[in-house]
Each structure stands twice: as structure tokens, then as C-alpha cells.
Ligand binder design. Structure first.
Ligand code: PRT
Ligand code: ZN
Length: 225
């Protein structure tokens, strides 16, 4: 990759966190020219490079020290942290700021016709999710013996397709659950976007730049309140 003296920030390339993260960087005075299909964007007025990637890759890029900062949803961050801990990979990071976007919750949902009497109703059931580590941690805490079915997409159709009895997926308005004949049963994790930093020590120059950017970020966030 390019000049290691430049601060590297990972941002979701295309998705629910992209626009808000890039707008925030622009609002704190970082000039960016983002061209479609390119993995990297150089700032024209600051020693900063953006790495535009899938959100799933961002926790690992920060934890492996490939980038210095990353904008990521807490759901994805916590899931990847658990996954990496399970396989003995470095899983440390520093949370710099909680941000005012990307809000959602990871919830269990069951078909409307299921006689749901609380979490015990999932004993022995199959639950489809994209977040197996968060879900298994929850089941363990609650002493529920259920199996998880990993799906990277279309989780909400799993019960209808006969693939699982229930699901555990991200919810914001609840419209997707409703459209698929599902009802929210239990909230297992509440999430929003966060800005994280790699855990190892950065150069003085990079740390000074971060210290200059954070108060500006706080100013932008406060101005919106
Ligand atoms: O391609 P890439 O891997 O980068 O993107 P992605 O498809 O994995 O992620 P994306 O862009 O959908 O979401 C990125 C992050 O946005 C998530 O990890 C969350 O932190 C956050 N976020 C906030 C959400 C939602 N709200 C959300 N509603 N992510 C997904 N959803 C989906 C949910 O999975 C379900 O399909 O929206 C649907 C439910 O929405 P409602 O409004 O119908 O309840
Ligand atoms: Zn993703």
C-alpha cells in the first residue's frame, strides 16, 4: 500500500454506513475525491488515505494494524472480535467515538404463528443468523440449547423456506420482519456506528492528527443535536 506516514482510515465502500462516514470526514475538513471502483482515495489537503472496503473487513483491518482507524457498526465489530478471539487472532482495538448514525438492534424474531412464551421457546430450535458468535454467546448466557444456521443474506426468509425455526437479524424500523410474517421476540445487542483505532502505538504525527480531528468531529456531532 501507499505511504505509511499517511493516516489510513477504513470506510464501508457501499452500504448503510458509507454516506454518513464520508460526510463526517468531509464535514471535519478532509477533502476527498472518491472515484467509483477504487479501493483507495487520497485526501488532497491532509496526509490521509481512505480504504473503501466491505464492512465485514473493517474490524480485521484495524485489529491487524493494516489501517489506523475504521468506521464500523458495533454489531459487526463485536462479532468479528469474538470470531478472532475464538481462533486466537489479535482482537484488540480502541474505541474513539460512538457516532450518531447506524443505529439498529440485533434481535431474535419468530414466525407470527409460533406460540412464543419467552426465550425458553427456542430450546432445541434452529435459528438462522449472520451473527453466529453474538447469538451463541447470548444462548450460552441464557442457558438455551439451540443451533445456529449461518446465512450471509436473506435471513428473514429462512423460516418460510424451512431452513430454520426462527431468525436473529438486524432490525431498525421492523418493516422487514413484518413483511416476512415475523415478530420481534428478544433484543440481544444494541448497535450504532463507532470510530475505532488500532490498539498498537501510532507515530506522534499520526496521533497528533487524530487529536486534531476528534474535537472537530465532536463539533459536527453537537451542531446536529
Ligand atoms: O457490502 P457490505 O458487506 O459492506 O454491506 P452489508 O450488506 O454487510 O451491510 P449494510 O450496508 O446493510 O449495513 C452496514 C451496517 O449498517 C450494519 O452492520 C449495521 O451496523 C448498520 N445497520 C443499521 C443496518 C441496519 N440499520 C439495517 N436495518 N444493517 C442492516 N439492516 C438491514 C437488516 O439486516 C434487515 O435486512 O435492514 C433490514 C431491516 O431493516 P428494517 O428497517 O426493515 O427493520
Ligand atoms: Zn457486510
Amino acid at each position: 500500500m501507499s505511504d505509511s506516514k499517511r493516516l489510513r482510515i477504513a470506510v464501508q465502500k457501499k452500504g448503510r454506513l458509507s454516506d454518513d462516514s464520508i460526510s463526517l470526514l468531509k464535514a471535519i475538513g478532509i477533502k476527498l475525491q472518491i472515484r467509483d471502483r477504487l479501493l483507495i482515495a487520497h485526501s488532497t489537503n491532509q496526509p490521509i488515505d481512505l480504504l473503501l472496503v466491505r464492512d465485514d473487513d473493517i474490524p480485521g483491518l484495524v485489529m491487524d494494524g493494516v489501517v489506523d482507524l475504521g468506521f464500523i457498526g458495533q454489531n459487526e465489530l463485536e462479532e468479528k472480535m469474538l470470531e478472532r478471539q475464538a481462533s486466537g487472532k489479535p482482537a484488540d482495538y480502541i474505541e474513539l467515538r460512538r457516532l450518531d448514525y447506524g443505529g439498529c438492534r440485533l434481535s431474535l424474531a419468530v414466525p407470527n404463528e409460533m406460540d412464543y412464551q419467552g426465550i425458553q421457546s427456542l430450546q432445541g430450535k434452529k435459528v438462522a443468523t449472520t451473527y453466529p458468535y453474538l447469538l451463541e454467546r447470548f444462548f450460552k448466557q441464557e442457558n438455551i440449547n439451540a443451533s445456529t444456521v449461518m446465512l450471509t443474506g436473506s435471513v428473514e426468509v429462512a423460516p418460510r423456506a424451512g431452513v430454520a425455526d426462527a431468525i436473529c437479524d438486524l432490525v431498525s424500523t421492523g418493516a422487514t420482519l413484518e413483511a416476512n410474517g415475523l415478530q420481534e421476540a428478544d433484543e440481544i445487542f444494541v448497535s450504532r456506528a463507532v470510530l475505532i483505532q488500532r490498539a498498537d502505538k501510532l507515530s506522534e504525527e499520526k496521533q497528533a492528527l487524530i487529536s486534531k480531528l476528534l474535537p472537530r468531529m465532536d463539533g459536527v456531532t453537537q451542531a446536529k443535536e
